[in-house]
Design a protein around this ligand. Structure first.
Ligand SMILES: NC(=O)c1ccc[n+]([C@@H]2O[C@H](COP(=O)([O-])OP(=O)(O)OC[C@H]3O[C@@H](n4cnc5c(N)ncnc54)[C@H](OP(=O)(O)O)[C@@H]3O)[C@@H](O)[C@H]2O)c1
Length: 333
């Protein structure tokens, strides 16, 4: 698989990364054996970037990754870990983010033990906290780089100003942020700033959590543990309008003999070699489909057709519900 380098200081990684979140959390249940088989298939296909968070399944996701990497060469993978989101015993999200220096060191100590490794390749706060200036967060992470416990510092869902402030303290390898055909707000300011600073982008939600994968339908039901139940784009009239956009994409995909998901992933890959899409496959069949996107070359005519089918801002509904949007530094006016 093609290799891309994350920013000017980050590691070289496969052009597509695998996001492990759905294997432990957020999208209802997942089969553990199938999850591990999916990670193995990804590694065998040349994927090297694996993204997790200590809070995905309250440590389950990291232990799953440790099991999947048993017998594999640790040096051949780039492990990205998010920290800071606090959970409760029922599995709920408190909406509180702890990025105090002592908490960061504590989180990392547990992560290293759960992963069974002595370093994390890219370590990043999942969200910011109003209580701790970004300079202090990055200063702490910088100490951890010097001590060899982490190799690179990343960020998640921050805006352009925060990115600049952070980058002044220590080079940032990549910003992890939502970016897809129907979530394009980073194009105005955040992406140009990342490019100016030499910060890479690891794009999540490239299939809008399955909504624009071509596999979603109005009939599909989601249980209470599926986060998508609460997302504005997946509900009511918004869903119908968004699925109508997918139908437009399907016509383009059919004409090219590829799938809707492949068109959506290929579009993000096409937006720049500084962008690495994270695909959230949790089954081998979905992974195989996603990997097929790496071989799709979009012509100028294809890009124009895609743009006409799904113009920027065409999505109905916001990308998160209001309470979660309020936690995003990237969405601050
Ligand atoms: N920094 C952040 O704030 C943040 C937030 C969210 C995610 N992330 C990271 O980004 C990763 C990817 O995010 P995401 O799960 O939202 O991404 P996504 O790739 O947009 O959505 C993944 C979902 O799409 C469905 N899907 C259908 N066809 C697929 C295909 N061919 N390949 C892959 N998935 C397909 C699957 O759901 P079904 O199995 O139900 O069909 C899958 O769970 C996560 O695993 C996580 O590591 C980061």
């Amino acid at each position: 698989m093609e290799t891309r380098t994350l920013g000017t200081t980050g590691p070289a990684v496969s052009a597509l990364g695998l996001g492990l979140m759905g294997m432990s959390d957020m999208y209802g249940g997942a089969d553990e054996a199938e999850s591990i088989a999916t990670i193995h298939a990804a590694l065998d296909a040349g994927m090297t970037l694996l993204d997790t968070g200590d809070f995905y399944g309250m440590g389950h996701n990291e232990m799953l990754l440790r099991d999947a990497l048993r017998g594999r060469n640790r040096e051949n993978v780039v492990i990205s870990v998010k920290f800071g989101s606090l959970r409760d015993p029922e599995g709920g999200w408190s909406g509180v983010y702890d990025v105090r220096p002592a908490a960061i060191k504590n989180f990392l100590a547990y992560t290293l033990r759960r992963l069974g490794t002595d370093y994390v390749d890219i370590y990043r706060p999942s969200r910011l906290s109003p209580d701790v200036p970004i300079e202090d967060v990055i200063g702490t992470l910088s100490e951890l780089v010097t001590a060899g416990h982490i190799r690179h510092i990343g960020l998640s869902e921050v805006g352009a100003d925060t990115l600049r402030r952070a980058h002044r303290v220590h080079p940032i390898s990549d910003l992890q942020i939502e970016y897809s055909l129907i979530s394009r707000s980073i194009e105005a300011e955040i992406l140009p700033t990342a490019r100016e600073l030499g910060v890479g982008v690891t794009a999540y939600g490239v299939l809008s959590r399955g909504l624009i994968s071509g596999h979603w339908s109005a009939e599909r039901t989601t249980g209470p543990t599926d986060f998508r139940t609460h997302l504005p784009r997946f509900t009511g009239e918004n869903l119908d309008r968004n699925l109508a956009l997918v139908d437009q994409l399907r016509a383009i995909a059919d004409a090219r003999d590829v799938t809707v998901a492949q068109i959506a992933i290929a579009w993000v890959l096409n937006r720049g070699t500084d962008i690495v899409p994270l695909v959230g496959a949790r089954r081998r069949d979905r992974l195989t489909e996603a990997l097929g996107a790496a071989a799709v070359t979009l012509t100028e005519a294809d890009l124009a057709a895609i743009e006409a089918a799904v113009p920027a801002g065409a999505a109905a509904g916001t990308r998160y519900a209001a309470a979660q949007l309020a936690l995003l530094d990237s969405e601050r006016p």
